[in-house]
Design a protein around this ligand. Structure first.
Ligand code: GLN
Length: 387
């Protein structure tokens, strides 16, 4: 028998899927896969209901509904003063993951090098490799996950096609600062590289920090694609509506990949997201404020139990070192024990590294109702004998 594609066959089922399944089987509080447990804003859902009812429900234009593409361009102007031509510089995708895959398929030639930061979100490596890219990983380390300048420079070469920047960063919760972004931008200019920016957590930034799109830095507008996600903005992760902006010469080949893989995206949900992106500033400010409260609540609980947790400045996630608890399992073993015995699911960061893999780090998602976080905290405290 012939075999399937060797690159993709080498990867396992996603750790997010595995942990969510274990959480269901063991009736655990699921702080593994990152999704909120609310149902999203009523008004946004209502627009989707009406649009589904009234239609049209046939294929929308392949790059997206004009009203959503216009809303995406307006969102870029409103928050970052970016001038985006909605007709040539936007694309609506099936979530951030599909936007990323379209970028890799649309931009990478076999043999091109792709610089990315480790720990690395689990879809990046398989899709970059499947597109023919050669990953060049730059490892970030706790507690602050600062970009190691010399290693970053060493990762770039004449063969670098693009750098992949995920800020705010999953799983670390790191928000890249201006100096780091300036270094990345300088290297992109020097080596004539593109940047693909996964900015799906752009509105989930804490501690009065500001998200800075790499695209806004000098010389980057014409070489950067920026990816956003309605799932993260509106707490509707299952909707899988993503959006992408970039210069026409990048968006065009990315669009070719998009039209070949998925062609177009659910029209009624696009309509609802177009409405949602027009919500007032108070809405956009409130999502981060609420989430910051949850971060503080859950970090306090983790400290009480005895974890060494690293304060995230954005995203849904907090990363923690479990060695202070005296545990000497590897990260997957620890998470398996946690979900089956303590009744709390988390993600082993070991699934997000290659090579010399750290085995003491795990990730919790705190984008949950307070009572759910408290129940998880109660179970952890009980399991580790801290009550
Ligand atoms: N972004 C989600 C997380 O990091 C996972 C999405 C997925 O399961 N592909 O938890």
């Amino acid at each position: 028998m012939k075999l399937g594609n060797s690159i993709l066959s080498a990867y396992e089922t996603s750790v997010f899927e595995v942990m969510s399944r274990l959480a269901r089987e063991h009736d655990a509080v699921n702080l593994g896969q990152g999704f909120p447990d609310s149902n999203g804003p009523d008004d946004v859902r209502q627009v989707a209901v009406e649009a589904t009812d009234k239609g049209p429900n046939q294929y929308p234009p392949s790059p997206g509904l004009p009203e959503l593409r216009q809303a995406v361009a307006a969102h870029g102007k409103r928050f970052y003063d970016l001038d985006i031509d909605w007709q040539t510089e936007t694309l609506i995708t099936c979530g951030g993951t599909h936007a990323l895959a379209s970028c890799f398929l649309g931009l990478i030639e076999p043999g091109d090098e792709v610089v990315m930061f480790e720990p690395v979100f689990d879809t990046y490596l398989p899709m970059v490799r499947r597109a023919g890219g050669i990953p060049k990983l730059v490892r970030l380390s706790p507690p602050d996950w600062a970009v190691p300048r010399a290693a970053l420079r060493a990762a770039f070469s004449a063969k670098t096609k693009l750098v992949l920047v995920n800020s705010p960063m999953n799983p670390t919760g790191k928000v890249f600062d201006r100096a780091e972004l300036e270094d990345i931008a300088a290297l992109c200019r020097e080596f004539d590289a593109f940047a693909v920016c996964d900015e799906v957590y752009e509105h989930l930034v804490f501690d009065n920090l500001r998200h800075i799109p790499l695209m806004t830095l000098p010389g980057m507008r014409e070489r950067t694609v920026r990816i956003g996600s309605a799932g993260k903005i509106f707490s509707l992760t299952g909707w899988k509506i993503g959006f992408l902006t970039g210069p026409k010469h990048m968006v065009q080949p990315i669009f070719r990949a998009h039209q070949a893989v998925i062609f177009s995206v659910v029209p009624s949900l696009q309509k609802a997201v177009a409405y949602g992106l027009g919500k007032d500033d108070a809405f956009f400010a409130s999502i981060a404020v609420e989430l910051q409260g949850k971060r503080d609540r859950f970090m306090a609980a983790l400290a009480k139990v005895g974890f060494l947790a690293f304060k995230p400045h954005g995203t849904y996630f907090v990363t923690a070192d479990f060695r202070p608890l005296g545990a000497n399992d590897d990260a997957l073993g620890f998470c398996t024990r946690l979900v089956t015995e303590a009744g709390v699911a988390a993600i082993p960061l070991s699934a997000l590294y290659e090579g010399d893999i750290p085995q003491h780090l795990i990730r919790f998602a705190f984008c949950k109702r307070d009572e759910v976080l408290d129940e998880a905290a109660r179970r952890l405290a009980k399991y580790f004998g801290k009550t």
